[in-house]
Design a protein. Structure first.
Length: 304
């Protein structure tokens, strides 16, 4: 059974999805938002650099956002989206839940985000979001002048590591030495950044405060440190873009969008971490707002 037709269905209720939902509700658009309650930054102790909300807990920001959307008449449903499909030139179908319900919409916004590939070692979860981080732009300031371990596999380890020199000179790169070229090694030597190539087997510290103190290796002495940043890669949280036929950006492998946040499929928009841009909560929120503005404009009758 298909419920009433919506102006827009938003899949994902992080900063991008909720920001879009809020603007669409304020435009009096019939909007339905689905969220699965698993934000990428759920372990973070605070969101940094979000003007007016600096340091706010992720769950508090999202709870406020959901309240703001619903207070303006937007609908938010906690449910897992199973499938999405295009059924006509201006109609998309979304199926959700274990006992599937089907909804149709004139526009679709994908704000489903990314998943970080995380270290598989004891101690990681105890320190994640407190003294173990994945985003230098978000948490680099908090490690100013501290001893920082940088765990990278692929993904240009030297570039990721040297970015952290903005805040501290006390860096140690943990990576497979075979991934470093002679030029990389020479650059790290010039910058006085040592490299440890042994496999990381555990993280230790004060679990009551979440303060990392050392990294343990399969061989060799532990590394004393105050924080760890990691970059083991990411993956798109859903494959809805594939189902719909949205093309990916050739350079970064994320969902391509034009200046209006529309994907290569007319009527399908995308915002937040699944699109090429800086992966900050404040940026995602701005992208969601821009997507909503253009979705609203695309729905206006030609005569107005």
């Amino acid at each position: 059974m298909i419920d009433d037709l919506y102006d827009c269905i938003v899949i994902g209720a992080g900063p991008a999805g909720l920001s879009a939902s809020l603007f669409l509700a304020r435009y009096l658009r019939r909007t339905l938002t689905f969220h699965h309650n698993s934000p990428r930054n759920e372990y973070a102790h605070g969101i940094h650099g979000f003007l007016g909300h600096h340091g706010i807990r992720p769950n508090e920001l999202l709870a406020r956002g959901r309240d703001e959307v619903t207070s303006h008449g937007g609908l938010i449903v906690e449910a897992c989206v199973n499938t999405v499909e295009q059924v006509s030139a201006e109609r998309f179908r979304v199926s959700v839940g274990t006992e599937p319900r089907t909804f149709e919409t004139r526009r679709l916004l994908l704000a489903t985000g990314l998943r970080d590939l995380t270290p598989d070692c004891p101690g990681f979860r105890e320190f994640y979001g407190l003294s173990v981080h994945h985003c230098p732009d978000c948490d680099g300031y908090e490690v100013k002048d501290k001893r920082v371990a940088v765990l990278v596999r692929g993904n240009n380890p030297v570039a990721f590591t040297t970015n952290l020199l903005t805040w501290t000179r006390h860096l140690t790169l943990l990576t497979d030495a075979s991934e470093l070229s002679a030029h990389d090694h020479a650059r790290l030597v010039r910058l006085d950044v040592p490299v440890r190539k042994e496999a990381v087997v555990a993280l230790e510290g004060d679990e009551t405060t979440g303060q990392l103190q050392r990294v343990l290796f399969a061989e060799g002495e532990p590394l004393e440190c105050d924080a760890l940043f990691f970059n083991l890669g990411t993956e798109l949280a859903t494959n809805f873009h594939e189902t719909l036929g949205c093309r990916l950006d050739a350079e970064c492998g994320l969902v391509w969008v034009d200046q209006t946040r529309q994907t290569s499929v007319e009527g399908v928009y995308a915002a937040g971490d699944i699109t090429p841009n800086s992966q900050l909560a404040v940026v995602a929120a701005a992208e969601g707002a821009m997507a909503a503005i253009h979705i609203h404009r695309s729905l206006k009758p030609e005569e107005i």
